[in-house]
Design a protein around this ligand. Sequence first.
Ligand code: C5P
Length: 206
Amino acid sequence: MIVTIDGVAASGKSSVAARVARELGVPFVSSGLLYRGVARLCLREHVNPDDEDALLDLVRRCPLDLRPREQGNEIWCGHQDLTGELHTHEVDETVSHVAKHPRLRDWVNEQLRHVQGSFVVEGRDMGTAVFPQANAKFYLTASPRVRAQRRVQERDEDIGEVEAALRLRDEKDAAQSAPARDAVLIDTSNLSLDDVVANVLRAVRA
Ligand code: C5P
């Protein structure tokens, strides 16, 4: 069984996907972390994120390994765990540049399609481009203000700046972030995490 949870930045996808996966007793897979991993490598190796050939060369030289763990996904590059370095301001700014390249997206999707068995996967295009055959699909939204409020609870940043950055990332991600026709749309602006998880589980089990 595959459950896809797509949605805009900071809409609660990861938290919802992690909780739903735990309730269903299956792994949770975060596709965004692979894009973030490439962005992190780019910054570290001084590769231009707008140069697709250079990015493909980078992931060939430094292959990334996505490890779904119950407490959260890990991204490793060889013997190095990059997980703790993926949610910085610099990575946020770089990641949409990385994610716009079709061949780099094919590379990420290939890694995701290697995941075996049942799982819950979250991202932007999981229910459309990557797992169109999924058993249940969801698309989460929330107002930019609410998303910014959630983000500043995780990171010590200015809410106005966070909201502006989220709106910018929405624009850059728009091309690859659309709900599947058969996805259940959930506006999480006025819902608690428990409510969203309950809605998703109800629909999955229906
Ligand atoms: O979900 P998260 O905010 O961690 O994703 C980081 C970035 O990775 C997004 O802003 C987007 O540019 C890219 N992404 C994507 N397709 C996905 C998942 C993430 O383009 N399936």
